[in-house]
Design a protein. Sequence first.
Length: 571
Amino acid sequence: MKKRRLNRRTPLTALFLVLAVGLLLTGAYQGGRDNASAALPLPPDIPIPTSLTIPFALFRASDFSPADGEEEVALNKNVTVEFNREVELTTLNLYTFHIKKSGSGTLLPASIGYDLSTNKATLNPVSDLLPGTTYEVTLTDGIKSTGELTLLNPQTWSFTTIAPPEILSRDPTPGATAVPLDQTVLVTFDKKMDWATVTGSSFYLQDSEGDVVAASLIKSLDKRTAGLNPLAGLEADETYVVTLTTAVEAENGLSLESTVVWSFTTAAGAPQVVAKVPANGAVDVPVGQVISATFDMDIDESTITSATFYIKKSGGTPLPAEVDYSAATHKATLDPLADLEAGATYQVTLSSAVKSETGVALAGAPVTWSFTTAAGPGPGGITFTDVPPGHPYYDAINDLASRGIIGGYGDGRFGPGDWIRRQQFAKMIVGTLGLPVQETDFPNPDVPFTDLGADDLTDLYPHEYVAVCARNAITLGKTSTTFDPYSYITRYQVISMVVRAADSQRPGLLVAPPAGFGAWRGDSTHGANAARAEYNGLLSGLGLSSLSPYGNMTRGEVAQILHNLIVLLGS
C-alpha cells in the first residue's frame, strides 16, 4: 500500500483548527458573563478532530437557591450555589459572591461557607432579611477552580422575601352609614391567613359604649376572608367599631404591621327585609311563582310600586307585573303578568325608594336576590311530568307550587311518591303559613335541639325554619332535646304539626270532634290530633283506609294536607 505523505501545510492546518475551536468556545462563553439568568445553557457541541485535545475544561455554577424571580422567600433563607468543580477558596469571598437590597450600593454583611464534599457555597447574611424586599445576589468571574479555571457563567439574580398580610377590602367600609342591622363584618386579606390567630381577642366588634358584641367567627375555606356575624341584630342608629390586632398572622408567620381599626354606623330605624319568597338562590321554582318580600315594620305603601319592586331575567329589563302590599302582614307581593321562562334565572330588586312610614329608606338598598325556575314546565301553567291532570294530588301540588311553597326536581318531575325528611317539612309548613324567617332566629332559647349540626350562616335552611317551628309550638321535637332532622317524617307526625300550626295561627278554629270519632284516633300521642284533623277536613283527599298512620308521608300527601290547611285558614 502506498504511504500517505504529509506536506508542509499539514502542521499549519492543524494549528488553525485548534485556534478556531478555541475561539468558538471562548466566544460562546464570553456572552454568558452579561447574562442575568440563573441557569445558563452550555455551549453547543462542536465536532473536534480526534487527533486534537482541548487544553482547558469547563467550570460553571448551577442549582441557585433561591432561584431567580422566586417570591415568598423566608427571612432567614441562606443563598446557595453548587459548582461542578472544586473552588479555589481564596477566590470565594464577599467581593466575588455577595448579596444586597435591590437598588442599593451597600453589600449585606454575611459569612460564606463551603462544602468540599458537594462543592456547594453558602452565603449566610448576618441578620434576617427584611420582609417584602427584593434582593440581588451576584456571582462574579473572580471565582476560580483549584485548576485556575475561570467561572463560565458569572451572573446577578434576584428574589423577594415574604411580606406581612395586607387588607384588600372591608365590609362595611370605614365610615359607612345606614348599614343594615343584620350586617356581617367581612375582611379580605391578600394572602392565606393562619386561622388559629384569628380569634375573638384579635378580631372583634364593639358598640359605642366599648362593649364587645357577641358574634360568631366566619373563616373562609380559601383562608383569605374572615368575618364576624353578630348573634343578635345590631342596634339602629348605633356606631360600631371593628378591631384587628397585630396578633393576626398569615400562614407565612408574619403578622399585620399595625392594629387596624375602623367604624360604621347602622341605619336609623331603617326597615329590613326579613323574608324572601322564593329564597335567594332557590332552584326549581315554579314558572307561575308569586314573589314576595316581608318587612320588619310598616312600609309606606306608596313607595311599593312596579318601579321600586320588580323582577327581571338576568341581563334583561323589568317584567310587567302586578304589585301589592299588605299592611297587616308587612308583605309586598309581585305577581308577573305572564309565566316565567322555564330553566331561567331571575333577579328580584327592592330599590332604595322603598321607605318606612316614617320616611326611612330600606336598609341595604337596593336589596336583590335571585332564583332559577324549574326546567320543562308545560305551556300555560305549572305542570310536572309525573303529575298529570287526573292525578289524585294534582290540584294540591299545583296550588302549592304556584305559591312557591314547593318545587319539583330539575328534570321536570315532582316525585309525588317520594318521602320527605323532617327538616324539609319544617321549611314547607313555615312557607305555607308565610311566617317570616331570618338568620337571628337561631340560635334561640326556645330551640332546645342539639342535633341540628353547624349552622350555615349564608342559608336559613334548616336551622332557622326549625327554630320558627319551635317558637310557634308547631314542633315539640323527636325528644325534648332532639329534632331528628334527617329522618323521614311519618303521617302521624305531619298531622300533629299541621294541627299545632292551625292552633298557633287561629286559636279555636279547629272544632273538637265527637267522642269516638276518627279513623286514626288510637295512638296515645297523635290520635287526638288525627281525630281533630280528620273532623275539620285537614285529611280530605288522603284515602285514610289505604294508608298506615305510622308510615312515612309522601310528597304528594304532604301537598294535599298543606293545601287543606291553606283552605281551612282561608289564605
